[in-house]
Design a binder for this molecule. Structure first.
Ligand SMILES: NC(=O)c1ccc[n+]([C@@H]2O[C@H](COP(=O)([O-])OP(=O)(O)OC[C@H]3O[C@@H](n4cnc5c(N)ncnc54)[C@H](OP(=O)(O)O)[C@@H]3O)[C@@H](O)[C@H]2O)c1
Length: 308
């Protein structure tokens, strides 16, 4: 099969031929139609050994069900959150797969895993959201857009911080560029780090929780002395990295898309034959939302390909 693998510590110029995957116990063989790109995957390519198949987010069709009887049957359309996504085929653990409802494009499903799981699980970790004020920093990005939608759906008043409101478009939430002047909040989904983390911490009410999910601004955070000392009910900052057993939450996310209650946020699509063009578009800030890799742009069994 062909795959996009780490080559000389970098993104390869094109897919190369690698051995076919052999499913182990509890793994299904999946034909991948679309994958998506997370900023960290491009940033950290050099951390993976040469030859490693890139990518974590994908959607496709089960070619062979797991021999132990777990997971979707052969022929099922599935979304996956597991390593080895940027390939024609992969052997994925069945607890990393969810069936994609009819009517949801596989390209939309492929946009969801890492960003959607981070948005959903970090919001859930902050506690009940009904009637709460929730701040999402970096709300114009893939994870932020999903977090804004999910928090609103859960009954929160959402404050969406973005750099450029015109470029961000209508997020369906109160939108701010600067955190100064924002009224106190009960919870924060913090995607930028650095000064944004410090400013968001200052806005947190007693008892509130800040989920430190990302560090997209790439700057250090400087807390002035005593700024984490607060009398009364504790405010907390939590790290976030919960990627365990994603099947049930993936199923929930694609179900919301099927019901028209969540926009997956595809920001652009590229054939996987020229990954450098896609990486350059992401690096130059030209992609608003999720970048999708199409393994076979001529495939007609997925209606999403009709957009090409
Ligand atoms: N812990 C986890 O499991 C997990 C999961 C998913 C994501 N993450 C992390 O969360 C962060 C966001 O991920 P994403 O998928 O949403 O990425 P994304 O789609 O690339 O969005 C990046 C966001 O950061 C903003 N941004 C970038 N540089 C900035 C700067 N210097 N100052 C202010 N804002 C800046 C962008 O604003 P513009 O739109 O104006 O460019 C955009 O809102 C990343 O650090 C990622 O690694 C972590």
């Amino acid at each position: 099969m062909r795959a996009l693998i780490v080559s000389g510590g970098a993104l390869p110029a094109a897919p190369v031929t690698v051995p076919d995957p052999e499913p182990g116990p509890g793994q299904a063989l999946v034909e991948i139609h679309h994958a998506s790109v997370n900023p960290s995957e491009l940033r950290h390519i050099g951390h993976f050994p040469d030859g490693a198949v890139l990518g974590y987010d994908s959607a496709g069709v089960v070619l062979r069900a797991a021999e132990d009887g777990t997971g979707p049957a052969a022929g099922a359309r599935v979304v996956a959150f597991a390593a080895g996504a940027w390939a024609e085929r992969a052997a994925f653990p069945t607890d990393a797969l969810a069936v994609v409802p009819d009517g949801v494009h596989l390209a939309d499903a492929a946009a969801l895993p890492m960003a959607g799981l981070a948005a959903l699980r970090s919001l859930r970790a902050t506690g009940p959201l009904l009637g709460r004020r929730v701040l999402v920093t970096g709300a114009s990005g893939a994870t932020g857009r999903l977090a804004v939608q999910l928090a609103r759906r859960a009954g929160a008043h959402v404050i969406a911080q973005v750099r450029d409101p015109a470029r961000a478009g209508d997020l369906g939430a109160e939108t701010v560029t600067d955190l100064d002047g924002v009224e106190p909040v009960d919870a924060v989904i913090e995607l930028l780090g650095g000064p944004y983390l410090v400013a968001a911490w200052r806005l947190l009410r007693p008892g509130g929780n800040l989920q430190s999910v990302g560090w997209a601004a790439g700057e250090p955070a400087v807390f002035v002395p005593n700024s984490t000392f607060v009398l009364g009910e504790a405010r907390t900052i939590s790290s976030f990295g919960d990627a365990a057993a994603p099947a049930a939450d993936l199923a929930y996310l694609v179900e919301l898309v099927a019901r028209g209650e969540l926009s997956a946020g595809v920001g652009g699509r590229w054939s996987w034959e020229r990954p450098g063009e896609m990486a350059a578009a992401i690096r130059d800030g030209k992609v608003r939302g999720k970048a999708i890799i199409d393994m076979d742009p001529t495939r007609t069994d997925d209606p999403a390909n009709n957009q090409l």
